[in-house]
Design a protein around this ligand. Sequence first.
Ligand code: AMP
Length: 532
Amino acid sequence: MNKEGFNSMGLKDDLLKMIDEKGFEQPTPIQQQTIPLAIAGLDVMGQAQTGTGKTASFGIPILNTVSKGGGIQALIVCPTRELAVQVREEIAFLGRGLHINALAVYGGQSIEIQMRALGRRPEIIVGTPGRLLDHLRRGSIKLGGLKFVVLDEADEMLDMGFLPDIETVLQQCPEKRQTFLFSATLVDEIRDLGQKFMNKPEIVLIESAERTVAVIEQVYYQVNPRRKVETMCRILDVEQPPVSLVFCRTKKSADELARILNSRGYTADALHGDMSQRERDSVMHRFRTGSTKILVATDLAARGLDVELVTHVFNYDIPEELDSYIHRTGRTGRAGRTGVAITLVEPSQLRQLRLIERYTGKRIQPGILPTLQEAVQRHQELLLSRLLKAAEQPGEVYLNMAARILEQGEAKNLLAAALKIMADDTPDLETTEFDESDRGTTAHVELPAGRLQGIHPRRLVELLTANTSLSPKQIGDIEINSNTTYVEVPMSSIDEVYQAFISFERNKKGGRPPYRPQKHRSKKMEVGHRGR
Ligand code: AMP
């Protein structure tokens, strides 16, 4: 793959090193457009959603310019604490080689902790509007030396009623500075804001990646990490995919999965970078000629693989890079055929799934894992259809054999025996009895607030039961992390629950959480609402 992209942008070596370490090989479209403009000193107004690589598109030029020990030189304003934390993390990582410090300041965290962190003289501040104002008023953040201001997810900030706060912050920024604004939509209000506070901004528009995955049916299954192989086998038993490409994260796991699948009677080969060219050629030959139906590969090994007949792509391990999802799924649905992309998602990976959805602009439908009974039924249907198809033209030799065999025994027994022999050639059915949550009839919805924002299990249940059709009994496990919460609800209620929570958030003024007090927040993660 072409690595020239970042290298030809005039970036500092220590920054390029971290870009490489982060695994970014090529700039994303928004980075390709934004970074050169930003480095040339221009203001940029970008229409781009999360998942397009927009953070690095402003983070990289900022990091390339600010100087270590020079005080606060960049301010990034975000609508939510969750985003602020995420943006800081990405920038802090990329800035590590240059020893540039980034600090996130947001409501819900003690201001004293933030004051202390400010004492360590960060060069970059990422913050939510309310808390930023607080610091400005106290004088703990001074913006005199600012070179960059970024308004991230500007439409969200306007929707949340932050416009007056943002204007107050911007009025305190030096006039001579660069301003970047990112927003999912560039509606009039956003353009007006740009007019008022930016200097002849260049407009950058990024199309969603929708077309890339348009003809592919996309499904995900929630999996229990301990039963991933079993889940995979159950899906294979029922889908009976003719030609599958399965993606694993590492060479080792690709080898391991191929071995297990073979031991269970599926025909699978692994393909990865540790194999010699001869081995790879022979694996590809078997796959192309249909001797193996399942190719288990790593992203790297599958690059450049051009197999037209792949009917199913499995993300056994969900891709870490959003672009990989498009590359992987693009391996099916070739040449106008329809394809299926199936992603196995562990509970901790739901967030990544949502990022993928936002990146591709398409919903990935939740699948319900079939029962053993359904797998058996499907298995029998397939045996029967193979038999009936063969019976259309069995051929003279076999007809003569059949006539002779029928003289030796009961027709029913003989047919049953023939079926059994046919069945012996097919993989063993996966016999695990998955329970309800394994089968994905419930799902864990991720809500964008957590312990630091004062989410409390009982109050969350109250909020959801008051604003959705759910009864408390239908709400399962609640897992509260620092900035996110997972709540288990029936699959059919995912959207309703998410929407109810978001509208509740939006409606509260000035970003004050409805579920205070926060004084008695529990420090450890809280799991399991049932029985409380
Ligand atoms: P963002 O749109 O900034 O939220 O970025 C979405 C994800 O894409 C993050 O996980 C980034 O680390 C990742 N990302 C950003 N730029 C690149 C790149 N050039 N190549 C691969 N991944 C990237």
